[in-house]
Design a protein around this ligand. Structure first.
Ligand SMILES: Nc1ncnc2c1ncn2[C@@H]1O[C@H](COP(=O)(O)OP(=O)(O)OP(=O)(O)O)[C@@H](O)[C@H]1O
Length: 261
């Protein structure tokens, strides 16, 4: 379980990005995080990922304080072109972090190949990232994260740089991975429809400095379909509610109060 209590972070220039944020994420949940632009979503992920040390508050993962990059963590960023090494083959990119796991060369290669197969890139291992489309490169980033077998996966606007069709394919890939691997996923997105479509739960942050403004369970069946799910009354209701909340509008009756769940 990820537990965040009283989290605050101010940058060196004095800018307060997060102020007293509380959030608990049970194991295996796929949590979507949305909020107005610049409200502090990435800062929150950086604190959870141990990449920056918060100014105040506590973060624990399975009861252990986060005071560096947790062992079982993987991160997928929006900018795949900067997160993949162009001089390494796709397979070597995926295999690289497994060194940290202390695996031998052949074991790393086998795990990388298996992970590439699971994202539909079985034949791309010998290519270089720049020989692939943007969507395929982001699949490589996801394969790299999955090969590491994280218990916690942080995704920061992971589909923001691909076309709409590819975005839907990648959303479904993440849903499928989440179902089969049962890891906890925190997904930051600007896309309100996406937050509802992929999430078990949507947390809306308020304007900077960030705090939890609303916390909404997504009461949709776990098997989702891009056409059917998006046409259900529950999806339409939630999308409208999250949209209102992100724009700073009033909360509709029946929504869970902020900080629950
Ligand atoms: N390294 C930094 N130094 C100073 N201020 C920063 C730094 N990084 C972010 N900020 C500021 O902190 C606030 C929160 O930034 P952050 O990137 O966390 O927001 P965000 O919600 O992820 O933004 P976006 O929606 O645009 O992706 C912003 O006002 C931003 O300008």
């Amino acid at each position: 379980m990820l537990q965040i209590t009283g989290l605050s972070h101010s940058y060196g220039d004095g800018h307060r990005a997060i102020d007293g944020l509380d959030l608990t994420v049970p194991d295996g949940q796929l949590l979507s995080i949305v909020g107005p632009s610049g409200c502090g979503k990435s800062t929150l992920l950086r604190c959870i990922g141990g990449l920056i040390r918060p100014t105040a508050g506590t973060l624990t993962l399975d009861g252990r304080p986060i005071d560096g990059v947790p062992d079982d963590l993987a991160v997928v960023f929006q900018d795949y072109s900067r997160s993949l090494f162009p001089w390494l083959t796709v397979r070597d990119n995926v295999a690289l972090p497994l060194r940290r796991r202390g695996k031998g060369r052949s074991e790393r290669r086998a795990a990388a190949q298996e992970s590439l197969e699971s994202v539909g890139l079985a034949d791309a291992g010998r290519k270089y990232p720049w020989q692939l489309s943007g969507g395929m490169q982001q699949r490589v980033s996801i394969a790299r994260a999955l090969a590491y077998r994280p218990s916690l996966l942080l995704m920061d606007e992971p589909f923001g740089s691909v076309d709409a069709q590819t975005r839907e394919d990648l959303e479904d890939l993440v849903l499928q991975m989440h179902r089969t691997r049962k890891m906890t996923i925190l997904l930051v997105t600007h896309d309100i429809d996406e937050s509802v479509y992929v999430g078990d739960r949507v947390v809306v942050l308020n304007r900077s400095p960030a705090r939890v403004h609303a916390d909404l369970p997504v009461d949709l069946p776990s098997a989702r379909d891009q056409i059917e799910t998006r046409g259900t009354p529950e999806f339409v209701r939630l999308r409208a509610e999250v949209g209102r909340l992100v724009r700073g509008g009033a909360k509709v009756p029946g929504a869970a109060p902020a900080g629950t769940g």
